[in-house]
Design a protein around this ligand. Structure first.
Ligand code: ATR
Length: 277
């Protein structure tokens, strides 16, 4: 009997990952015979664990926090979007035995915003809060949507300025501190800081969100995150969290591995219904 093609997500910690569930549903939906597991891998064991996984016949991996930069360094070849983001969330075994590294986070966010929530990016002013790995992964795919501009605001101002500098050639983008946001307004504010899950919020001035503006938190939780609540309090047209992005980035990884696009909407609806229970 032919064994199932094997995939996995590596992370640390990994216990709460929804990825095995999402990929199981994708596989059932598309009739793909795959197996997808979750493995807790400390950063110090990353290279050895990835090498062992592929040597043992594994076909592809997702890598999540804190392993995305290590996955970027591990990949033999990288897509342009992975190269720019300096982080890889998807590794795929190629026919010639090399390992391809891609980053599907940014396209996952853009798809969730534009396709699932009908949010317009073209011509709009975008604010990204945070200048860490999560921000780096989403900048290029957003700039590609002909946005008016991106401002990156960060607690450590130099990091925001340096990150903006890296993407200058792709569009209008500047970096600043939270204090510099006074008297500015944005059509879309994306929280890419790691504050949300600890229940904190960066210091944001009033009237930061334009009329009919949208808020999006890359993080997600069963309860609305503190940033999603901030969006609602500030009259956002929509205040969204990252559950849809999670499913969309998974669908993009599935496509890289299997060449088939699963339907994401029923999976998002299912996961959303479960957290309302
Ligand atoms: P990730 O990979 O999730 O982006 P990271 O690279 O550690 O993680 O980046 C975390 C981001 O959240 C950074 O932009 C960080 O700001 P600094 O660069 O100033 O550290 C931001 N962050 C974390 N805690 C914060 C807080 N309490 N207030 C504001 N920003 C915070």
């Amino acid at each position: 009997m032919k064994s199932l093609d094997r995939y996995a997500v590596f992370g640390y910690p990994i216990t709460h990952s929804k990825s095995p569930r999402i990929h199981k549903i994708f596989a059932e939906q598309t009739g793909q015979a795959i197996e997808y597991s979750a493995q807790e891998v400390p950063a110090g064991q990353f290279s050895a664990a990835v090498a062992a996984f592929f040597a043992d016949g594994g076909k592809g991996l997702n890598c999540t926090i804190p392993l995305k930069e290590l996955a970027w360094a591990y990949a033999d070849v990288k897509t342009e979007r992975a190269e720019l983001s300096k982080a890889v969330n998807t590794l795929a075994l190629q026919a010639d035995g090399s390992i391809l590294g891609d980053n599907t986070d940014g396209i996952g966010l853009v798809t969730d915003l534009m396709t699932n929530h009908a949010v317009t990016l073209a011509g709009n002013r975008i604010l990204i809060l945070g200048a860490g790995g999560a921000s780096r992964g989403i900048i290029a795919p957003i700039l590609e949507q002909s946005v008016h501009s991106i401002v990156i605001a960060n607690r450590t101002v130099d990091k925001a300025i340096n990150l903006a500098q890296e993407f200058h050639h792709k569009g209008s983008i500047t970096g600043c501190g939270f204090n510099d946001l006074k008297n500015q307004q944005f059509d879309l504010i994306i929280n890419a800081t790691s504050t949300s899950l600890s229940g904190q919020l960066p210091p944001l001035p009033e009237a930061l969100l334009a009329k009919n503006g949208v808020c999006y938190d890359l993080a997600y939780n069963n309860e609305p995150t503190v940033f999603v609540r901030w969006g609602l309090e500030n009259h956002a047209l929509k205040s969204l969290d990252g559950l849809g992005m999670l499913v969309e980035q998974a669908a993009e990884a599935f496509f890289i591995w299997r060449g088939i696009r699963p339907k994401t909407r029923p999976v998002i609806e299912l996961l959303n219904a479960e957290r309302k229970m």
